[in-house]
Design a binder for this molecule. Sequence first.
Ligand SMILES: *[C@@H]1O[C@H](CO)[C@@H](O)[C@H](O)[C@H]1NC(C)=O
Ligand SMILES: *[C@@H]1O[C@H](CO)[C@@H](O)[C@H](O)[C@H]1NC(C)=O
Length: 992
Amino acid sequence: MAGSLGVLCYAVACLTASILAYAPTTILAIDRPVHLAVFTLVFSALSLILIARRSRLRRNTDPGHGGDYVSIPLAGFPDGEAETAKEKQRTHSYSLGSAALVATVLLAAAALTVRIDVQRRLLLASECATRSVEVWLPFLIAVYDALRFQERQEIRGAGDEDGDLDSSAYHDFAQSLKSSLLSSPWRYIPTAFLLSLGCHLVAGLWTTSPSSHVCPISSSDVVVIPRLQWLALFLDSFLAIATLELAIGGALPPTSVLSIPMSWAAVLTLSAGVWSVIAAYVNTTQPENHAWLSMEHEPSRAAATFSLVCQAVFLSAFCISSLYSVLNCGLTHISMALTALLTLIPGLRFIWSARRPYPPMSSINLTWSFMLMYFAWSLYSRIWRALHSSEPSPSTSRRLIIFTIFAVLLYPGLMKSNTMHFHPIDLLMYDAQNKYLKYLDYAARSKNLAEAVHTYQERYQGNPPPGFDVWFEFARNRSVWVTDEFNQIYNDLLPFRAIPPADLRQHTWDMVSNPWNEISGITIRGGIAKVQENVIPTHRWMLEGVVSIIESFSKHLPDMDLAFNLNDESRVALPYSDLRRLEEEALRTSFDGTASFSTDRASAWAEIPPEPITDTVFENWSFLNTFREWAASTCPPSSAARRSLSPMFRSQLCLNCVADHSLGQFVSDWSVAADPCHQPDLANLHGFYLSPAAFKSTHLPRPVFSQSKVRGFNDILYPSAWNYMDKVAYNPTDTSSADRPAFPDPLFRNKAVSLYWRGATSEGVSAGLGAWRGMTRQRMVHLANNLTSSQHDSVTLLLPDSKHSERYTYTTMSGSSLPEVGLETDVSFVNEIVRCGGRDCEAQEQEFGLVSPDDFQSHWKYKYLIDLDGAGFSGRFLPFLQSRSLPFKVALFREWYDSRLIPWLHFVPLDLRLHGLWSTLAYFAGVKGSDSNGRRWDWVGHEREAELIAESGREWSQKVLTKADMEVYFFRLLLEWGRLTDDKRDQLGFVS
Ligand SMILES: *[C@@H]1O[C@H](CO)[C@@H](O)[C@H](O)[C@H]1NC(C)=O
Ligand SMILES: *[C@@H]1O[C@H](CO)[C@@H](O)[C@H](O)[C@H]1NC(C)=O
């Protein structure tokens, strides 16, 4: 190949590798490895065939230029230009015979086919992967190169370039070492080894922040996946070597049956063929394994295919440019360069995103790793130059520039400290106090009706709805404290302002008239609320509960119908641009009128038809990963969630995903933490996204009333009947009776120091593809019980610095040490594994120890309670708040009262990834005892702070989260809904 084309290939190979290394999940759909592999193989093969045809034409027309591919400057071989007859002869002696060539093609195709399957398995169970072993590829290749190609060479005057130093013994020794290294056939092995070692150290930098995904100890994956990683390494080495052998075999036209590109194309085509057959077979005979092949649940199949084609073109560019670079620069060189790039770039990215103390990083390992890589590379180029002295050695200034660039790139890592001068929780609690004061002023400003109307006009653009005076009086009589802060209602209803009242009524009718929708209606006529006839019996209690809330104020409501979501999961997700458009339209309207509700409203609402209709706008996505279609689509196009093509790798914590809402390991912004847009890794972290039990949603603006919703959804929130009806209630008893023992709620300081949780595996359905490994409940139970023997068995905790008592350092500790230093948990699934299918039932049974359920009232024995989402919101949270125990809340779902609670003042928030669980518990409970490294800890816990939060949560919930608050919230919501659905809505309003 010509020089400039060679440089181009090399540049393209490095560039594509860098892009891949920088943002793998933005570039590739790793969740569809088979599609991607087949597409890439086919594209690459086609391009190679084209190249082969072109070069054959050239060869025919220009016979004097025999063979473009004769020059194979493997490391140690002479350059193409310097080709002599003798060297041609030597190349010839390495080349394979025809039979061996065909055998190599077949073997390489088999290896490639297996390699793709290995990759697929590795991606499926990436939570079990250990540190990458792929970094040893250059070393293995250097060994092969040494055994097969490198020869002893006589070195002429090695070392002269260094000038005349005095010939001390040291100098002699250095000279002899140098010449023996240069002359030996093993000359590249030390440099390849050092490079691999450097890469190995870089890949170890981020092991301090593992993810909490469950790699089941009881499954074979724990053993198999690391072995597969090694297998992948050996297959890659084999493939690289086969690439080279085929190149040499194809280099000499007289002996070869295939030209170089044709032999490579043959390998790729064979492998693509085998995979197509496998895919077709699985598709037709094994519907249960369909999922890893199917593209059925793509937002748009054409778009998905187009995106796959682009990815495959990109990957093909990488493959072909790397293949041709091997011809030009030699295999050792290319494998070293690509491995270095593929490790260096994520390494630098990590260093820059880990500038703060968390996650901790060893600067010694960092320094060593980059020094090794730099040293290995410069040694390599020195040897190369010594053997082919055509190239001048780089000038000192160039070295200086490279060194400076490295220093700048590494600066944040080198300057990084794992120590903090304050504990983030102290700061967050202090902040919470300020937020609380602001909230007090914001939420209950009005002392009389006139002020309430004025505040409404100021905040919500327009007059309050008719009946506002009755509502205010109602709130007064019920002694409700929050009278001004109803931003949730405003935000929930805003997009529906852009929809005409008749359409809202029609949509409500459409939804409740088709039972498949799992949406049922409540009708209010003449001040009486009634559940509509066609409700599924199992859900009747829920709507009757809703009616009982409404009854307390229904006589003041105009006639209307309401559509209630019977499922726990959210229902309406407007795409980002649609929502923006509706909100803009809505903001152009205003409610300036003063009239009262229309009198003929009843006739405007159609009767429920006796025969159910079958039309629906809802799509069923139960059991499927809903993130991309239902969460990412609600995000701005520039957001991380939209840009990411596939879920993240699951073995590491995604640092960029937590940065926006965290201070170290702790949640600093509970509201932002609910936003999926900067957190594409959520796709694998919650049952609602991974595989919900019932998921029927729509992208159209439909007014559905739900008890809770995930950020990005546009359901209208209402206070759940679950809490209003006391389905679970805070109900401690101090004395035992005949049929029931006592369940007292002692003072905080008298409770057991333990973190307690009981529940079922009901967050989502794990239907056989291992979705449970990412669900929050499962991760929590595993983290609390089974850290000791799992893959990621070390935990990173923020503990006082051993030298400065005022400082805190992120320290790693083995999982088995946690109970020894006093961090006790009692976290279990009860009864049996539910919502599972296929092998996931057994897998979970083997992994988790199941216990029999305790009475709900026994929670109050423990100081620390965990509150986790189920399929929807957690109904237990309000009782937890009311108790004297301290709730730790982990949640994706948000309820009507979200804005009323201040995290770190009324409860303790935890990130869904749970990486701060132990540090948070350590802060409150203290750390006492020796860990398994023999370090002694004696850190007094912040029990006073814990009690403070527990008590303020308790008091506050009695103030703003009572049943009266639910009624008042609901009343106001329904007045607003009444106005929205009134044909004269622009004229309606109340002024005092
Ligand atoms: C440095 O790297 C070595 C080898 O990977 C590892 O064993 C060691 O724990 C690391 N040191 C620190 C402080 O992380
Ligand atoms: C996980 O921990 C629980 C509770 O200690 C135990 O019953 C279960 O056997 C553990 N699982 C495995 C696979 O060791």
